[in-house]
Design a protein around this ligand. Structure first.
Ligand SMILES: Cc1ncc(COP(=O)(O)O)c(C=O)c1O
Length: 383
């Protein structure tokens, strides 16, 4: 059963999460990375059991690392050692905790642009300098890693860490084993620590790509990765994620102050464990529904808004739309005049000018309505 067609608009409007509360009720919210799905049944059962027990104390990592290891073995053919995992409240916090161990204040942290917006704020807030290494856009409109540019950026001796996001938000790009291997080689040549945010790994479309975990590469064992069930099973408010060290980085993750794990939520741990252990069939249904939506969006745009550039993503429920032909600041105009909310492209850095990020994790009806609203605006006079 498609999880994206289970909740109607009036039910969704009763939600209290950020996606549904931030804008007034006449706005269709297709912005922040939450999904319009009910909980996967094994997750709901785990949470119900915890509530029945009053099991709402401080978080303990429990079997979360083992559950992720089993999931990764089954899905990606790679078994991370649970002894190399530590609990973190969320990926963003895990990244900061690790940067505090592997870099010094004032060091530069490199990240690709377009850049997941919170990283643009939280890395400088942690007294590190953020530097962007732009991705490149091929003639077919796809965004790819620019290895030559990365090489040049990593050569700056101020750069001490490179935070890869794979699969990539907002472009949905998934790196091949060869690309990953090239990144590892560049980082070791320039003596830069390689970190990878793999939060979107469960959301790779099987027809497009296979996900290669960074730590499955023998040469990447100085790296540290960040994983979580919160995107693929919509658990962001419950707060739990894992930091996983390569075999040569275990001491670094053990150097994270133990207090960091206390910020995780026990319900998040229990829900994530259930997701990794028993959420596979639901995830497959979700991926089929998302696959339908990313193709539907392609045909809707081709029909109603042919000037918008869109390449269906290879992973994630995010669509990165080039709306530069529609005039300046498209997200603001879509919001004010069409009453549909996307994440503005410039939030992802200057390269995002003219783009909006659309969240596909909704019903085909809502997606269709959103494109109809966009199209009406594009037809009308520019205010
Ligand atoms: C690439 C990426 N990293 C991290 C996060 C945030 O994860 P968390 O809520 O675990 O900090 C998101 C959320 O959308 C994301 O897309």
């Amino acid at each position: 059963m498609n999880p994206l067609t289970q909740l109607d608009l009036s039910t969704l409007r009763r939600r209290r999460s950020m996606k549904w509360r931030h804008y007034p009720d006449d706005v269709l919210p297709l912005w922040v990375a939450e999904m319009d799905t009910p909980l996967a049944p094994p997750i709901a059962a785990a949470l119900e059991e915890a509530i029945a027990l009053g099991d709402t104390g401080y978080a303990d990592i429990g079997q979360l690392a083992e559950a992720y290891a089993a999931f990764a073995k089954h899905r990606f053919g790679w078994w991370p050692d649970p002894a190399h995992c530590v609990l973190a409240a969320d990926v963003a916090q895990g990244v900061i905790d690790v940067l505090r161990v592997v870099t010094e204040p004032g060091d530069t942290v490199l990240i690709n642009e377009p850049t997941y917006p919170p990283f643009r704020r939280i890395i400088p807030n942690a007294d590190r300098v953020l530097r962007a290494s732009p991705m490149t856009r091929s003639a077919d409109g796809r965004f790819r890693l620019d290895l030559d540019r990365l090489d040049a950026d990593l050569a700056d001796t101020a750069v001490r860490a490179f935070l890869l996001v794979n699969p990539h938000n907002p472009t949905g790009t998934v790196l091949t084993r060869d690309e990953l291997s090239a990144v590892v080689a560049l980082c070791s040549r320039h003596d830069v620590r390689l970190l990878s945010d793999e939060i979107h790994a469960p959301l790779v479309y099987p027809s497009e790509a296979s996900f290669v975990p960074l730590l499955s590469l023998p040469e990447a064992q100085r790296s540290i990765v960040f994983v979580s069930a919160t995107k693929a099973w919509n658990l962001a408010g419950l707060k739990a994620s894992l930091v996983i060290a390569g075999a040569e980085a275990v001491a670094d993750v053990r150097a994270i102050p133990a207090d960091a794990a206390v910020n995780a939520g026990l319900l998040g741990v229990l829900a994530s464990e259930a997701a990794f252990r028993a959420g596979g069939p639901w995830l497959d249904d979700l991926l089929a529904g998302l696959d339908h939506n990313r193709t539907l969006l392609d045909s809707l745009l081709a029909k109603h808004l042919p000037g918008v550039g869109y390449v269906p993503p290879a992973a994630t429920f995010l669509a990165w739309l080039d709306c530069s032909s529609l005039g300046p600041d498209p997200a603001a105009r879509f919001l004010e005049q069409a009453r549909v909310a996307f994440t503005p492209g410039p939030d992802f850095g200057p390269l995002g000018a003219g783009f909006v990020r659309l969240n596909l994790a909704t019903s085909p009806e809502i997606l269709t309505e959103a494109v109809a609203r966009m199209a009406k605006l594009a037809e009308g006079p520019t205010k």
